[in-house]
Each structure stands twice: as structure tokens, then as C-alpha cells.
Design a protein around this ligand. Structure first.
Ligand code: 0GY
Length: 315
């Protein structure tokens, strides 16, 4: 790894991803209790088969590997998000939550006909939200009346809705999203085109969406997906993903109590480069520039959403 100090060998057992030469140990020291609020487990396919309707087949990425990454980077906890390649079969997610010893919570995918006792089972395993995906390359569109039915079923459990969409689709989806009667978490700032002006109309609509809907939060994650300039340094090793910084920093500063951050490990569908998660962690202080903003982003906000019982204890 070119970046940072690896301070000793990373124990890549059991079966660490063989294509993955990382991660480096970040320079940035996270506040105690930091949460990686967006990451995945995939399979292993032999044990937890991928969904027949999936649009891609990922690498296997196990719970043990995820927890090794957590410890390596300095996170305390994870929020594991169901990805489309597992469809609405949440078995791998539930298995990972159960292995986490209370250090992971989850976001599941369910269908409109999901039974109440299934939702209860997911809740007991640590699921606290459902994910609606609108990214066309990942899923076939689900009708909004189905999604409304799901919202009505999960609301009594105190769950929230995670939405994933691309910026060009926000105008069409704006009213539906604004009507969701539950907390809403937007993945990756609604995927702005960062070659455009952060003060321009496209990102302006996203900022307006957050301003008008106080139940809306966002993950200021995935610079590695959004960046055009990429991981290569523009003016120094630490300056990866520079073009995404003004977007994420703007959101963190305007909505400090409604932002989350996650690695997105193991970075499905990124074909041009495999991100170094250590470098991604070192991006955090560039978008959350004070101790106070970092603590909110990494500790207080995710705990309020995923471990509210802990947040209450601390008050
Ligand atoms: C992410 C991003 C992607 C994939 C998925 O559910 C998924 O398959 O979310 C992507 O390809 O942009 O957040 O994992």
C-alpha cells in the first residue's frame, strides 16, 4: 500500500479477498465509538446464494472479513446494508448481525407481502431499516404503492427507509420521497454529478430536499464512486477524491445532525480501481473539519438512528 503506514501485517485470514491489496492503516484517528454506517456482506455464495434476479455477481465478502476491516480501520461498529445482489433474502445479513455480538445493525430489503413475524425476526436480529433502490442498473423499478405498503408495515417498529437513487432521477421522485412517513436516509448524497457546480441547480435540488424535509438524513459516503478525478493525488498523497469534497463538506456543515458516513466495503461494481479503505477514512477530516462535526458524523448521529438505547443512556 502506498498510502499511510501499514504498521504490521494485516491478518487477512480467514480467506481475505484475494484480489484486494489493502487496506492501509489510516492516519486519521476516529473518535471512540465510530460507526461504519454503510458496508455490505456478500455470501459466501456457497452458503448464502445470490438472488436469481440480481444484475451483478459480487465477490464473496464475509462477516469475519468485515469485522477484521472494522478493527483495522478503527471503527467500533457497523451498519450492514442489504445489497441488490441478495434481493430480499436477508439471510447473509442476519447471520452477520448475529455474529457481531451487538456491534452491527442492519438495513434489509423486504417485499410488500412481508409477514409481521418476519419483520419481528429481523428486528430481533438487529435490523432497523429497509432499503428502496431506484438505481436503474441495479434493479427493476418497484411500483411506489408497494413501497408505501412497506413503509406502513415498518413504521410501528420505529425503522427508517434508506433510498438509493441518482441525481438525475430526483425531480421525478421528489414528491414520493417527501411523502414518506418515516425517517429517510439517502445513500451517497443522491449521487451528484461532481463535474457540475456544487452551487448549481442539480445539487441545489438535493439541498432543498433536505431543507424541506427534516426527516431526511444522508450518507456523505462514496467519494470513490462519485469522483471523476479519482484516488490519485492532485497535490499530495492525502488529496484523493478532491472533486467530491465541496459537495460533502457543504452537506456536513449545513446538516451536521443528519449525516452519516460509511466505507461501502467491499465496493461492489467499482471496476476502474479498488479503493483503499484507509485512504477513504483519511478523507473524513476533509469533509468534517472539526472534532465536533466528526463526533456527530461518526458517533452521535449513527447511534441516534441505530442504537438509540445507547444514545439515551449517555444523556
Ligand atoms: C452501494 C452501491 C452500489 C450497489 C448497491 O445494492 C446494491 O447492489 O447498492 C452500486 O453499484 O452503486 O452502495 O453498495
Amino acid at each position: 500500500m502506498a498510502h499511510g503506514d501499514t504498521t504490521g501485517p494485516f491478518d487477512k485470514t480467514p480467506g481475505w479477498l484475494d484480489w484486494y491489496d489493502g487496506p492501509s492503516v489510516p492516519t486519521f484517528r476516529m473518535p471512540p465509538g465510530a460507526v461504519d454506517a454503510h458496508c455490505h456482506v456478500f455470501g459466501p455464495g456457497g452458503e448464502f446464494p445470490f438472488a436469481p434476479e440480481r444484475k451483478y455477481t459480487p465477490c464473496d465478502a464475509s462477516a469475519e472479513q468485515l469485522f477484521a476491516l472494522r478493527d483495522r480501520l478503527g471503527f467500533d461498529r457497523n451498519v450492514i446494508v442489504q445489497a441488490t445482489c441478495h434481493g430480499a433474502d436477508n439471510s447473509a445479513l442476519v447471520d452477520a448481525l448475529q455474529r457481531s455480538e451487538g456491534r452491527a445493525r442492519g438495513v434489509a430489503t423486504v417485499r410488500r407481502d412481508v409477514a409481521e413475524d418476519e419483520l419481528q425476526r429481523l428486528h430481533e436480529a438487529g435490523v432497523r431499516g429497509v432499503r428502496f433502490n431506484f438505481v436503474k442498473r441495479l434493479v427493476d423499478r418497484v411500483p411506489t404503492d408497494s413501497l408505501e405498503e412497506i413503509v406502513a408495515k415498518i413504521a410501528p417498529l420505529g425503522w427508517h427507509v434508506v433510498i438509493y437513487f441518482e441525481a438525475e432521477d430526483l425531480p421525478e421522485l421528489y414528491d414520493f420521497f417527501s411523502g414518506i412517513q418515516a425517517p429517510v436516509v439517502v445513500d451517497h448524497m443522491g449521487r451528484p454529478d461532481v463535474s457540475k457546480d456544487p452551487e448549481g441547480p442539480e445539487f441545489g435540488l438535493f439541498l432543498r430536499f433536505m431543507r424541506e424535509n427534516e426527516n431526511v438524513w444522508t450518507k456523505v459516503s462514496c467519494p470513490e464512486r462519485l469522483s471523476v478525478t479519482g484516488p490519485r493525488a492532485l497535490d499530495g498523497e492525502q488529496q484523493a477524491y478532491t472533486d467530491v469534497v465541496p459537495f460533502a463538506r457543504r452537506v456536513v456543515e449545513e446538516f451536521p445532525d443528519r449525516v452519516l458516513w460509511g466505507t461501502d466495503w467491499p465496493h461492489p461494481n467499482l471496476k476502474d480501481h479498488m479503493p483503499d479503505d484507509g485512504l477513504l477514512v483519511d478523507y473524513i477530516p476533509r469533509i468534517a473539519t472539526t472534532d465536533d462535526l466528526q463526533r456527530k458524523l461518526l458517533v452521535d448521529n449513527p447511534r441516534r438512528l441505530y442504537w438509540p438505547e445507547d444514545a439515551l443512556e449517555g444523556e
